[in-house]
Write a protein that binds this ligand. Structure first.
Ligand SMILES: CC(C)(COP(=O)(O)OP(=O)(O)OC[C@H]1O[C@@H](n2cnc3c(N)ncnc32)[C@H](O)[C@@H]1OP(=O)(O)O)[C@@H](O)C(=O)NCCC(=O)NCCS
Length: 202
């Protein structure tokens, strides 16, 4: 599915971000988005074993052991691509993060998530990776909306969503417990298919 779907996205693309595709790899400006492989375990552990990286992601164990990394990579390899497509983000030859969709076919929506290793923060990589995945999502699945949510204190993630041109649509008070066990609020952002601008400036 990956190859043919992305090829379609490239052929029918209204965006210049799909630069070229080689053997299931999508190169976008500085990045390669590709599927996970068993060789990714060590590099996954390297960037995910970091309390600062996982500060707003309480489901990521800390320390993040090699067993955690193996499970993480296996899950991403085995996950059903038509429901949970998860792209490994490669930058300068290294695995540095993920960008993924969770497709809800019944609701005709998808959630987008992303996470970048701390060494690479502040370079605009999350936006650069998420933008073509949103375009690909709208072109590949029968969905009318892509949404995302994050802890209200995750200013970096909120900034990414703003730069992508997504709209703040909701704030859910006392939504979750943060890593310290305190109650946290969640902010929700969304973009509708007919609002999406693939070549936005972000
Ligand atoms: C949120 C995240 C994906 C942002 O990725 P990124 O590629 O660094 O994003 P950007 O470079 O566009 O930076 C976004 C904002 O973060 C801030 N920022 C940049 N570098 C920073 C740093 N080293 N420390 C703190 N804030 C920083 C800036 O305000 C920036 O906004 P600006 O471009 O208007 O100046 C990344 O920080 C991350 O993966 N964090 C851990 C996992 C996570 O929280 N994921 C989101 C879950 S919803």
């Amino acid at each position: 599915m990956w190859c043919s779907t992305v090829r379609e996205a490239v052929d029918s693309s209204r965006t210049e971000e799909f630069v070229y595709l080689i053997e299931s790899r999508l190169r976008i400006k500085r990045l390669i988005l590709r599927r996970f492989s068993p060789d990714d375990v060590d590099e996954a552990q390297k960037y995910r074993d970091d309390p600062e990286f996982a500060k707003f992601l309480p489901d990521i164990p800390q320390p993040f052991t090699s067993a955690d990394a193996r499970r993480f990579v296996e899950t991403n390899i085995e996950g059903p691509w038509d429901r949970y497509p998860t792209f490994a983000i490669e930058y300068r030859g290294n695995l540095i993060g993920t960008v993924e969709l969770e497709i809800d076919a019944d609701d005709r929506t998808a959630m987008i998530g992303y996470a970048i290793g701390r060494e690479q923060w502040g370079k605009g990589i999350a936006v650069e990776a998420a933008r073509p995945v949103i375009t690909w999502g709208f072109e590949s699945f029968d969905i009318s909306k892509i949404w995302a949510s994050t802890d209200s204190h995750n200013a970096q993630s909120r900034r990414v969503l703003e730069k992508l041109g997504m709209r703040h649509s909701d704030t859910i008070l006392n939504h979750h417990l943060d890593r310290s066990g305190n109650s946290g609020d969640e902010v929700v952002y969304e973009v509708l298919r007919n609002e999406w601008e693939p070549g936005g400036a972000g």
